[in-house]
Design a protein around this ligand. Structure first.
Ligand code: SAM
Length: 411
């Protein structure tokens, strides 16, 4: 029988507390070992029930699975942290949380309200960066996880976990402080019922609280959806988009006291952050004909509206005023773009494209597209033959015309 949500919450809190006992820790370590040995769920649960009891077996197995998923991001900490599947999904990358915490505290703030702490990963980063942290959440499971996690990672002396509604706390903020803290982190829940909430007014807390916090607490940072409309960014607030390994992972709004510029793209490659900044809107890049190299800007550069800065850096031009592909005479050794050598340029036509690839001995292609409705996987399948050569086919528009660029042909 399904439980009421409150009963389910109370039961999860009870289970988490049971896992924090010495018997619970032993059950977790046994579950982790079974998972590491590749024992399947049914067999593992049967063995766990026999060894640690029915009460601890299921919760221990559930947490062991989340720890296993968390390991690539959280490293050794993953084996001490507790996550539910929801809170792990909501958790940001720890290296970026540490970076945010350092920047937020650089001006001297020593107390921070983490408004919506979930499993406490921002709270931990802030405490490790030297702050006293008030960790707030409406959800009892989140508060329990944060309390246990700060204890497990040895920062509990600097953290106070409290029940509270961030909307009310921000409404009551005075004198640049919220809930008595001189700085704040707000990371609204942007999913509901397993689905992404695209409308910022439906985030929890909603957009109105985001704007109010940035206006009332100048030393603050808010995590927002990477797709946020630039028009929503309040004046005097820096917006930063961060990508790791070519994918956008977060977007941030920095309160006026910690804003340093207008827009920032932070591109993390091989663990090293590279930053492109603009104090004012740099406007569009110039457009020109396709030259020997095509450059695909990193998504953080595109989303932050800084493609023209990358273009200037590479002496490159856009291939079309509406498409974020750049072109220049030389390969770019730059974090802002990935470069492709252009071998052929032709109006997009499947028959002609096939013929040209056959002529060049290409049987396998990676398809990229921008400004085209084609399905890359479908086109890649359609272009597949027995020939041994490989290439990248870029389907896009050049000066308004549907065009295919055959790039990086190799035998
Ligand atoms: C996206 S998660 C935060 C993730 C966290 N920063 C991390 O990196 O692990 C959002 C959290 O805000 C909490 N929350 C949502 N609305 C809230 C409100 N009005 N007041 C306090 N907490 C709230 C949710 O329960 C959830 O735990």
């Amino acid at each position: 029988m399904d439980r009421e949500p409150e009963e389910q919450t109370a039961e999860t809190v009870r289970q988490l507390r049971a896992l924090a006992t010495p018997e619970g820790a032993a059950a977790l370590s046994r579950a982790g070992a079974l998972l590491a040995d590749g024992v399947d769920a049914v067999a593992a649960l049967t063995r766990l029930r026999a060894e640690v009891g029915a009460d601890l077996a299921g919760p221990a197995w559930g947490i062991a699975r989340q720890r296993h998923k968390a390991r690539s991001a959280f490293g050794a900490d993953a084996d001490r942290l507790l996550f539910t599947s929801d809170t792990l999904e909501q958790a940001g990358r720890p290296e970026l949380a540490a970076r945010r915490a350092t920047r937020l505290l650089a001006g001297g703030a020593d107390s921070v309200a983490d408004l919506g702490c979930a499993a406490g990963t921002d709270t931990i980063a802030l405490a490790r960066a030297g702050a006293r942290v008030l960790a707030v959440d409406v959800d009892p499971v989140a508060r329990e996880l944060t309390a246990l996690n700060v204890e497990a990672l040895g920062v509990a002396d600097d953290v106070w976990v409290v029940a509270g509604d961030a909307v009310e706390m921000v409404a009551a903020a005075r004198g640049g402080e919220v809930a008595g803290c001189g700085a704040a982190v707000l990371d609204p829940a942007r999913r509901a019922g397993g689905r992404r909430q695209l409308d910022p007014d439906r985030w929890s807390p909603p957009w109105s609280t985001v704007v109010e916090l940035l206006a009332k607490v100048p030393t603050s940072v808010v995590k927002v959806a990477p797709g946020l409309d630039h028009d929503r960014v309040p004046a005097g607030v820096e917006a930063e988009w961060v990508s790791v390994g070519g994918s956008i992972v977060e977007a941030l709004l920095w309160g006026p006291a910690v804003s340093r510029t207008w827009r920032r793209a932070t591109v993390v490659r091989d663990g090293v952050p590279h930053e492109l900044v603009a104090d004012t809107d740099p406007g569009p890049a110039p457009t020109g004909p396709v030259r020997g190299w095509l450059h695909e800007p990193d998504p953080a550069v595109i989303r932050s509206g800084l493609v023209s800065l990358a273009a200037a850096d590479l002496t490159a031009t856009l291939i079309d005023p509406t498409i974020a592909y750049l072109t220049s005479d030389a390969r770019a050794e730059s974090p802002w773009v990935s470069s492709y050598r252009v071998d052929e340029v032709l109006p997009f036509n499947l028959k002609k494209l096939k013929a040209l690839l056959r002529e060049r001995g290409v049987g396998r292609v990676v398809v990229k597209k921008r400004g085209s409705a084609i399905e890359p996987e479908t086109l890649s399948r359609q272009l597949r033959t027995d020939a041994s050569g490989t290439a990248t086919v870029v389907v896009t528009r050049v000066a308004g015309a549907p065009t295919a660029l055959i790039c990086d042909v190799s035998d």
